[in-house]
Design a protein around this ligand. Structure first.
Ligand SMILES: [Zn+2]
Length: 411
């Protein structure tokens, strides 16, 4: 057996074991007593329902994880990627078409594998607990649209890297980094005006008490914003959200209609102040710079091994193949990604604390706390996640941690 294949299989198993252990720990921690600060959010009956909801979610994700690992191991052991790549080569003689067809097949397979789980999760779990608002037609249309958008993105990135490699040889990584930087900036700039409208309707927040309150608060925070939009999140789910997107003149604040329904004006202004905090701290920009630095590092390492025959051979390839090389390389990155995940989450949680502090310092701490509590109850989120799971996987501090930190500032 190819040594690299053995390493890839070991990494697949490592990731599976790690995520299973974390899920097990979280399950054990569910019955942990609720911290004093969070008591009274649910009555006994509602809390029992919340615990059932979390258990149902855990069962779906455990099953998904199990099926995925078995399928991945079978594909690797049987050399299916290599065979599929050979078939692509025999049908299409230009490298670029072969590459596009190869990734189309891989992505389509992943999509088809994941659909039964998301269908069950939407129309069984979410439906039973009263969250789902999606119709079957919207669900299937979303699947098709998401798949196509993802594929177009992959195709642009793969073609760019491949053509630069053909023209420049192993020094392609410098120009590929420039190309991806432009790509990331464009996607960030046009995400809300091009991609979001494919799924949702966004309308400018109409004049009235809420808009006035938001504008007054924004002026107090020396934040100029014209683009405040309401998105029809209620088309799919009762769960609420708000986010900040784009930068420069393209920056916009987006509120879910469900958020406006569930939160009071003060609470919405506080959630918005949190988002303005992100903007003031340049979190979108920092995130983008970080992503570009990672891309540059990955591309540089890839440029060192791109011509190695062992990479395609690990996946069952019998000839040099750019598609198999990049796929094998991405699989070899697994442990680095596992190691970087908590680092990225620590940085993200730090930014969240700072955005909360920004809102609290503008006198909106109490409103933010009551808004966060409502959002937590309305999404039945976990009040007692295991600390190790938080450390590994949480991009946001827990509700308890956020309230503690906000209260400290208010004192
Ligand atoms: Zn945030």
């Amino acid at each position: 057996m190819n040594a690299i294949l053995v390493i890839i299989i070991a990494f697949v198993l490592l990731e599976f074991v790690l995520s299973s252990v974390l899920s097990y720990l979280n399950g054990r921690w569910m019955t942990h007593p609720i911290p004093q600060l969070l008591q009274g959010l649910y009555d006994e009956q509602q809390y029992a329902k919340q615990q059932h909801y979390m258990r149902a979610n855990r069962r779906v994700s455990s099953l998904k994880r199990g099926v995925e690992v078995v399928v991945t191991l079978v594909l690797l052991a049987a050399g299916v990627y290599g065979r599929y790549d050979n078939w692509c080569k025999s049908c299409f003689d230009t490298g670029i078409v072969e590459l596009l067809v190869f990734f189309f097949g891989c992505q389509l397979f992943i999509e088809i594998l994941s659909i039964p789980f998301s269908y069950y999760s939407t129309f069984n779990v979410e439906q039973r607990y009263g969250f789902n608002k999606t119709t079957a037609a919207t669900f299937w249309l979303d699947c098709v649209k998401e798949f196509l958008i993802e594929y177009v993105m992959t195709a642009i990135v793969m073609c760019g890297i491949f053509l630069l490699f053909q023209w420049l040889g192993s020094s392609f990584w410098i120009w590929a980094t420039c190309f991806l930087t432009v790509f990331i900036v464009i996607v960030n700039l046009f995400y809300s005006s091009v991609i979001v409208p494919l799924f949702n309707k966004q309308t400018p927040l109409e004049a009235g008490i809420l808009r006035q309150a938001i504008e007054q608060a924004a002026a107090r925070m020396q934040f100029k914003i014209k683009n405040i939009y309401v998105i029809n999140g209620s088309k799919r789910s009762t769960k609420a959200n708000a986010y900040f997107t784009g930068f420069g003149p393209k920056k916009r604040i987006v509120l879910y209609d469900t958020l406006i329904e569930q939160l009071s004006t003060d609470e919405i202004v506080a959630v918005l102040a949190h988002e303005i905090g992100h903007y003031k701290h340049h979190d979108t920009l920092i995130g983008m710079v970080r992503a570009i630095a990672m891309v540059a590092a990955y591309l540089w390492v890839f440029s060192l091994v791109v011509s190695s025959p062992e990479l395609p051979a690990a996946l069952g390839g019998t000839a040099p193949s750019f598609a198999l090389s990049i796929l094998a390389f991405s699989m070899l990155l697994t442990p680095i990604e596992i190691a970087l995940n908590p680092v990225a989450n620590i940085l993200s949680r730090r930014a969240e604390y700072k955005a909360d502090a920004f809102a609290a310092r503008h006198g909106l701490g109490a409103a933010l706390v009551s808004g966060l509590k409502k959002l937590s109850v309305n999404t039945m989120s976990n009040l007692t996640p295991h600390p190790l799971v938080v450390w590994f996987n949480y991009s946001h501090p827990t509700l308890y941690q956020r309230i503690l930190a906000i209260n400290k500032i208010q004192k």
